[in-house]
Design a protein around this ligand. Structure first.
Ligand SMILES: [Zn+2]
Length: 365
């Protein structure tokens, strides 16, 4: 099942709607046209915010493949390098775009006879259905408040929100990057805890954002830990080498009796010339019935599409990519030498962080 749908592309970035966002829009549309327009313009502002992050990242030679819009905000896929100065620039750009837009709207109020209406009145007009979406005062006031609130909310140092990223980047100017991340995540989780508590008594949205931040902070910390543990290693060094192959003509019964191993879930499938033509995923066998198991061969359930990665690539630089797929065939000069799965990456990272610690202990004794 697809979880996100591409709506358009801008500056080469694919802008996608998360499936929950589509349900959310359907829900909002039931509240009337004014609410629908108001929420759509909030997400236009969110998109502008994410695009600003993305454009700054792209100007620093960082790829931005997509921006995803969800009911709790936008997410730009930016793989920020371990460079505090770059992270600082990218993170600050988003909230800054909101403050700049708010300042421009404020200037319109200063130089025209229009007077802004308060946030409370904007909300009241929306909830009572008296909002006039063709009234420039209403539109401009709404946008002024939306930009101010989004800008201010994002500079709260709740990692991985922008403010939290700025906080980590500033810490990383002084201390080790992993330590800076640990501290930023700790503060972020404290803030997310308060968001949930405050949200429970005021706004359910805040509860969702708090929970999301808690887990997102944790997973980013894990990512940094893995990167540091695998620093300097090649893909080939962490791949599982003890890999069993299977020939395409093997029957499923033979495979289960003779080849299947308890600790290997994916098997490269070779043809008669020993060329890998696909991957057998053990999960696919679990879905077969008894007759299929007796009659089919491995060829019938081989997945023809599989991902290949070069053994000579740097592990640290490819972690994000590696974690995004469940199985990678590792090849060296066109020959398969092993495989990698996210689980293997976690195990390898655990192992190498222990080795690293041991060296430190030996050095200090
Ligand atoms: Zn942002």
């Amino acid at each position: 099942m697809k979880y996100s749908y591409r709506i358009f592309s801008v500056f080469g970035i694919s802008v996608e709607l998360h499936i929950t966002f589509i349900f959310f829009l359907l829900l909002v549309s039931m509240l009337g046209l004014a609410n629908m327009v108001f929420w759509l313009s909030i997400f236009a502002v969110v998109l502008m915010h994410e695009l600003t992050h993305s454009l700054v990242a792209m100007s620093l030679n960082i790829d931005v493949p997509k921006i995803m819009l969800t009911p709790i905000g936008g997410l730009a896929s930016i793989e920020v390098p371990e460079d505090p100065k770059k992270e600082l620039l990218i993170s600050i750009a988003g909230p800054l775009s909101n403050f700049v837009l708010a300042a421009i709207i404020y200037m319109v109020f200063v130089f025209t006879p229009l007077d802004p209406i308060s946030y409370g009145i904007v909300l009241e007009q929306l909830s009572t259905g008296s909002a006039n979406i063709t009234d420039p005062t209403f539109i401009l006031s709404g946008m002024l408040w939306v930009n101010l609130i989004l800008g201010l909310f994002n500079i709260v140092p709740g990692f991985p929100m922008d403010g939290g990223r700025v906080f980590r980047a500033v810490l990383a100017l002084w201390m080790d990057y992993l330590k800076a991340t640990k501290n930023a995540v700790r503060l972020g989780q404290l803030i997310s805890f308060f968001m949930v508590i405050i949200g429970l008594f005021s706004n359910f949205w805040l509860v969702l954002i708090g929970v999301f931040l808690y887990y997102a902070g944790n997973s980013e910390l894990q990512l940094v830990k893995i990167k540091h543990a695998l620093r300097g290693l090649k893909i080939g060094a962490i791949a599982v080498k003890d890999m069993h192959h299977v020939n395409e003509s093997t029957t499923i019964t033979q495979f289960l009796k003779l080849i299947a191993q308890p600790n290997q879930n994916h098997y490269p499938v070779s043809d008669y010339n020993d060329k890998v033509i696909g991957i057998l995923n053990v999960q696919d066998i679990k879905e077969l019935n008894k007759t299929d198991i007796d009659t089919l061969t491995v060829r019938d359930i081989t997945r023809r599409h599989f991902d290949v990665i070069d053994a000579n690539l740097n592990a640290e630089e490819t972690i994000g990519k590696l974690l995004s797929k469940e199985f990678w065939l590792v090849v060296d000069s066109g020959k398969s030498i092993g495989y990698l799965t996210p689980q293997r990456l976690f195990e390898a990272a655990n192992f190498y962080s222990l080795i690293g610690k041991k060296q430190i202990i030996q050095a200090t004794v």
